[in-house]
Write a protein that binds this ligand. Structure first.
Ligand SMILES: Nc1nc2c(c(=O)[nH]1)N[C@H]1C(S)=C(S)[C@@H](COP(=O)(O)O)O[C@H]1N2
Ligand SMILES: [Mo]
Length: 255
């Protein structure tokens, strides 16, 4: 099961798929096709059994950073509200933490910047068959969730984004994602406001995007505005826990 995902084999794979410095063609990887399959519960369990729920994704050096990091999915939310935030340098942007928490939070970018930050150089793997290595900086989500004090019933963190995914621009169908609290509390799960040492650009999710480094690209929501703690996500949008999951991708997007 783990071999089907390449979990154990990933260290030896890859060299032959080099495209550009720091970027790779991954379409030969087993998970490239498995992400559309139905094996996620078993692989999730297997990964936790073998590596432990807190095992770290590989980290790289500055020399490995891709000179050009591909941007994918929404490249600009394109709403008047978002354009206003760009115009004011995101000074009124808030990240709220809501739902099953004892202390709901509303954080500005300055609030995030005041927290101790983690910087990590990791490989982003997209199911479309490419990957790029980049450096991400921001506070660990575990620190923010600890401040919000999740209630015992909280099982998942749901991330709501600023980009509409329908032609009508209906905000109830913006990009969203979710993960369980052990993934949300993982030490490499950060709210990144910097990429490669510079403020996040609009194509990469300005002003803040999640990095959950053991997960595939679609589990890295950009333009994050709200983190809602819930016991169950089946009543949200299509009920599968994320924009791409509602279209058929597996909820557990582990690498
Ligand atoms: N809000 C939002 N987040 C998103 C997406 C998106 O379309 N909207 N696309 C996802 C996908 S499929 C990938 S591969 C990555 C791309 O991140 P990048 O543009 O920084 O490369 O963002 C993910 N997060
Ligand atoms: Mo992706």
């Amino acid at each position: 099961m783990t071999d089907r995902r390449g979990f154990l084999g990933r260290a030896v794979a890859g060299a032959s798929t080099l495209l550009l410095g720091g970027c790779y063609d991954l379409s030969q990887k087993p998970w490239f096709t498995n992400a559309l399959g139905k094996v996620e519960d078993l692989t999730h369990a297997a990964q936790n059994l073998i590596a432990g729920p807190q095992a770290l994704a590989p980290e790289f050096t500055k020399a490995d950073i891709a000179p050009v990091f591909r941007a994918n999915g929404t490249l600009d939310p394109g709403t008047p509200e978002y354009a206003g935030h760009v115009g004011s340098g995101f000074k009124n942007w808030r990240i709220t933490v809501t739902g099953l928490v004892a202390h709901p939070l509303s954080l500005s970018l300055d609030d995030l910047r005041r927290l101790p930050a983690r910087t990590q150089i990791t490989r982003h793997d997209c199911v479309e068959g490419w990957s790029c290595i980049g450096e991400w900086t921001g506070p660990q989500l575990s620190r923010i969730l600890a401040a919000a004090a999740p209630k015992p019933e909280a099982r998942y963190a749901v991330f709501y984004c600023a980009d509409p995914m329908t032609a009508e621009g209906d905000p109830s169908h913006n990009y969203y994602e979710s993960m369980d609290l052990s993934e949300a509390m993982h030490p490499q799960t950060i709210l990144a406001y910097q990429m490669n040492g510079a403020p996040l650009t609009v194509p990469h999710g300005a002003p803040v995007r999640l990095r959950a480094e053991r997960q595939l690209g679609y589990k890295q929501p950009k333009y994050v505005q709200r983190i809602d703690l819930v016991a169950d996500y089946s009543a949200i949008q299509g009920g599968k826990g994320g924009y791409w999951e509602d279209l058929g991708y597996t909820w557990y997007g582990g690498i």
